[in-house]
Design a protein. Structure first.
Lengths: 102, 198
């Protein structure tokens, strides 16, 4: 497939030398950053949201706070939310627990 | 059109007036000028070479808008050169912090040493664009070069992210070449290069 470069706004085909350098640079990057599957991408989103929700109630774990049983259960459910997820359908079906009153 | 001529002949603002004068002042002190704009579709690289990256300016600013990448999950990179692209600076210390705009983890950071600045995190493909601002300072100095960048767009998971960071290009040559390219696949969008004289 022909590769194109835009030099100062002007489109042209890459020279063979330019294409060789470009291909080498992309190969290096892809080797260091292999494409993620949709499952891995969605799992990252779940983990990100889980971490955020846990952070919102972290202050309740301080020594001068008393955590309710409901909050303890809620936070444990958040920690366990990725357990058993093996397919895209599993991840898409995840429902986050409802946060109890502090 | 001189004021006296306007007053003598009147000026119809509904008309089109051809400009035949000369714009002067490029490269003068305190100048800030749009040098060139590239509107690219499915490009492997976007290049500004020594025709437009000259010692006339102290700093450069690159504005990138409506940017799309063809491959889901790719970064976008900036490479610099002092020999018009025959080789690019090989040691670049880069750091950036990011924030999920959709309420995920509030904060994160990445850093490393590469042969380029990696401007974004993993961008998603599709139809939602990404935008980026890059500032390159003291490009003619004989010291290491510093670059700052700020950008916002869709992360590979489909949520919006904002990244900001900087890089130290460990090379003392004057910059006369800039190349923007995706880590994988192609890139589309509007890329404008501005020169700043201080």
């Amino acid at each position: 497939m022909v590769k194109y470069t835009y030099v100062n706004g002007v489109k042209r085909e890459m020279t063979q030398e330019e294409e060789n350098i470009f291909n080498q640079e992309q190969t290096e990057w892809l080797n260091q950053n292999p494409p993620k599957s949709r499952f891995e991408i969605l799992l990252d989103v779940i983990r990100d949201k889980r971490n955020s929700l846990l952070a919102q109630t972290d202050y309740l774990a301080l020594s001068d706070q008393t955590m309710s049983a409901e909050m303890t259960t809620y936070r444990q459910a958040l920690r366990d939310i990725t357990n058993g997820l093996t397919t895209v359908a599993d991840v898409e079906a995840v429902v986050f627990p409802e946060k109890p009153g502090a | 059109m001189a004021l006296s001529k306007i007053q003598a002949e009147s000026m119809n603002l509904a008309d089109t007036y051809a400009f035949t004068g000369t714009v002067s002042g490029a490269g003068e002190a305190n100048d800030y000028k749009l040098i060139t704009t590239t509107e690219a579709t499915n490009a492997s690289t976007i290049v500004f070479d020594n025709t437009v990256v000259t010692s006339d300016y102290d700093d450069y600013y690159i504005s990138m808008g409506s940017v799309l990448v063809s491959n889901n999950g790719t970064d976008v990179h900036l490479r610099l050169s002092s020999d018009n692209g025959s080789s690019t600076f090989s040691t670049v210390k880069t750091g950036k912090v990011y924030r999920n705009l959709y309420g995920g983890s509030s904060f994160g950071h990445e850093q490393g040493s590469y042969g380029y600045t990696f401007l974004s995190g993993a961008l998603s493909d599709g139809t939602t664009g990404w935008c980026c601002s890059i500032w390159l300072y003291d490009v003619n100095s004989s010291r290491y070069k510093f670059v700052q960048f700020l950008n916002t767009g869709k992360h590979t998971g489909g949520e919006g992210y904002s990244w900001f960071g900087g890089s130290e290009f460990q090379d003392t040559g004057a910059i006369n070449y800039m190349r923007i390219q995706p880590g994988g696949g192609t890139i589309s969008g509007k890329f404008s290069l501005y020169g700043i004289k201080r």
